[in-house]
Every structure is written in structure tokens, then in C-alpha cells.
Design a protein around this ligand. Structure first.
Ligand code: NAD
Ligand code: AKB
Length: 315
């Protein structure tokens, strides 16, 4: 697809943490009338935005096809998924949604030739990766969610190599944002802590203070997504999921950074079942390949991210 062509975009799982922010960014870049937002949940949240909304289950291939035909879609951002903590609660459903949905989108792209964005995650890595995960570090995940993400990356590489599907992916780290609460992940503590701090509540963090994970402010993640989708196809050496340069901090460091802005804020640490998922993930990711192939650079550091989160939530 040439970059000057008019975009007709379908977003699945659009009411989630990433979807709601991506819709805003896509809408200001390409126009609200170029976007069809869908989700399995119903919503009237988008009524004033000018973006059309359809209720859609990504396991319903006929209905996806009907929408693709009706609106002549040439780009799909496939965000519908179950995340790590929800996935561990229901592995069968996690496999069905994460793999079934992606397979439907890839199969339809064979016929309709639309470009796909299918996110992967740092959950593709397992505890055999110590410290920093590189693009080619081993992929031995400990969660069913991670297994679906590794399988999704393989599916993407296969459909690209064998069926010429233009599919692109990022291994998002934990994403920190203030507009929509995260949906059932392990990195959710890094968002919940801000909501507690701003509303004057003590926070009980569900991982221990030493837990270090790759993280990123949502604005950087949305910019990475759009930059990747606009990059010339021939520049891309990875189809399943690019590592990104990211932030890396302990839960304690996050707490202390927030405390610098809100000195009365207090937090304690009571690890639950999610500690195991966090422990299986790397501390950081190396994003060299994304920088070489399409020039991605991170803008927010821990300090500017904390400041922006708190200012935005206060407003
Ligand atoms: P989210 O849970 O906030 O949103 C997912 C959306 O998918 C929800 O609105 C949900 O209603 C919808 N959904 C669930 N099942 C569906 C189905 N069968 N059909 C249609 N919609 C369905 O998730 P998110 O944080 O926005 O994540 C989006 C994508 O990014 C996922 O693939 C996720 O694995 C990936 N990702 C997210 C993060 C993060 O920190 N948010 C990090 C790494 C990867
Ligand atoms: C989760 O915690 O499940 C997500 C992710 C890192 O994929 N935020």
C-alpha cells in the first residue's frame, strides 16, 4: 500500500487500554471518518468522536469479512486479546481469542490484501533470558499468554513469507497510560499506582519492590505503532514483533519517583500470583533493530512519564 493512499482502517478490541488512545491518534492523523472501531463489548463512548462503532467478536470470521467488504478496509489494527493475568485464569479462552482472532485476520488478508498490525509482547520471553532481552533472545514463555504471543509471531512470519501478507508487530512492554484502565495484565500495577497516588489513597502493589520490568509511556507506544505501520515494507526485517527501546525500573523506583511529586503518598508491597509472571519476564529490552529498520526512539523517561501521568490524572 503506498503511503499516499487513503486509509480505511478497522480496529479490533478498540475499547481497551491501547485501542482508545490509538483511535484518537489515528483519527487526528487520518480523519475520524476513515476509522471503524469494533469490540466484543458495546459502547457509546465514541458517539461524539465521529468514529463509527460496530460490536464485533473477532472469532466471528463472517462478520469481520462483512465489515471489511462493506468499508473496503485496507488496514487492520488487531488489538483484541486476553492479557497475561486474565489468560492464566482461563488458558483455553486465551488461546481461542488470541490465536483464533489472529488467524481469522491473517486468512482474510490473503484475499483482501489489507495491511495488519498485530501486537506481540515482552511476555514472549521466559526466565532463561536474564536482564536485557535482545531481538533474537530465546522465546520460552512461562504463561499461556506468552505462548499465544510467540505463536502469533510465528503465524505473522509464516503469512508474510508464504502468502505475502503485509503484517507488522511490536513486542510492547508494559504500557502506562491514564485515559483507560489496563485490562487484566501483570504490568497493571504501574498504572494503578498513579490512580491511588492522585486520589490520596495508599497503594498495595501486587509485585515486590525489586521487580524490574520493561515499560513505556503510552504516547511512545502509539507513535511506535503508527511509525511502524507507515514504514516502507521493504525496510522491515522482522514481521512477528520488534523489540523496542524501553524504560526499565523497579516497583520501588516507580513509587519513589511518584513520592517526589506527591510526598504524602504511601505504598506497600504484597506479591500475589502475578509475581510469577513478572519474574519470568526480562528487566529490559534492546530495541536496536527497530531503530535501524524504521528509526524508532523512545521520548519519555521515568521522570517525564511520572510528571505527565500525574498532571493528566489531576486534570
Ligand atoms: P485490553 O484488555 O485493554 O483491550 C482488549 C480489548 O479486546 C478489550 O476492549 C476487550 O473487550 C476486547 N476483546 C476481548 N475479546 C474479544 C473478542 N473475542 N472479540 C473482540 N474484542 C475482544 O488490552 P490492550 O492493553 O489494549 O492490548 C491490546 C493488544 O496489545 C493485545 O494484543 C495485548 O496483548 C497487546 N499488549 C498490550 C500491552 C499493554 O501493556 N497494554 C503490552 C503488551 C502487549
Ligand atoms: C500484561 O501485563 O499482560 C501486558 C503485557 C506486558 O503484555 N501488559
Amino acid at each position: 500500500m503506498g503511503e499516499t493512499l487513503e486509509r480505511r482502517i478497522l480496529v479490533t478490541g478498540a475499547l481497551g487500554q491501547i485501542g482508545m488512545e490509538l483511535l484518537e491518534a489515528l483519527s487526528s492523523r487520518y480523519g475520524a471518518d476513515s476509522i471503524i472501531a469494533t469490540d466484543i463489548r458495546d459502547s457509546n463512548k465514541l458517539e461524539s468522536s465521529g468514529i463509527k462503532f460496530h460490536k464485533l467478536d473477532v472469532l466471528n470470521k463472517e462478520e469481520i469479512e462483512r465489515i471489511i467488504q462493506k468499508f473496503d478496509i485496507n488496514e487492520v489494527y488487531h488489538l483484541a486479546a486476553l492479557l497475561s493475568a486474565s489468560g492464566e485464569n482461563n488458558p483455553e479462552l486465551c488461546w481461542k481469542i488470541n490465536m483464533g482472532g489472529l488467524l481469522n485476520i491473517c486468512e482474510l488478508s490473503r484475499n483482501y490484501k489489507f495491511r495488519i498490525f498485530a501486537p506481540s509482547s515482552i511476555a514472549v520471553f521466559g526466565s532463561d533470558v536474564i536482564g536485557v532481552a535482545n531481538q533474537n533472545s530465546p522465546l520460552n514463555p512461562a504463561t499461556i499468554y506468552g505462548i499465544t504471543k510467540v505463536s502469533g509471531e510465528l503465524l505473522a512470519e509464516y503469512y508474510h513469507a508464504t502468502h505475502d501478507v503485509d503484517i507488522r508487530g511490536l513486542r510492547y512492554p508494559g504500557l502506562i497510560s491514564w485515559k483507560v484502565m489496563p485490562g487484566g495484565g501483570t504490568t497493571d500495577y504501574a498504572v494503578e499506582i498513579f490512580h491511588a497516588a492522585v486520589s490520596g489513597k495508599r497503594y498495595t502493589c501486587f509485585v515486590d519492590e525489586k521487580t524490574t520490568l520493561p515499560m513505556m509511556y503510552m504516547d511512545d507506544a502509539i507513535r511506535a505503532t503508527i511509525e511502524l505501520m507507515e514504514a516502507p515494507s521493504e525496510n522491515l526485517s522482522v514481521r512477528g514483533g520488534y523489540n523496542l527501546a524501553c524504560l526499565s525500573f523497579t516497583a520501588e523506583e516507580l513509587f519513589q519517583e511518584i513520592k517526589m511529586i506527591i510526598p504524602e503518598f504511601d505504598c506497600d508491597f504484597e506479591p500475589d500470583h502475578r509475581q510469577r509472571y513478572a519474574d519470568s519476564w526480562p528487566d529490559a529490552t534492546d530495541g536496536k533493530q527497530a531503530e535501524i529498520d524504521w528509526g524508532f526512539k523512545i521520548h519519555y523517561d521515568l521522570k517525564s512519564m511520572c510528571y505527565t501521568m500525574i498532571q493528566s490524572l489531576r486534570q
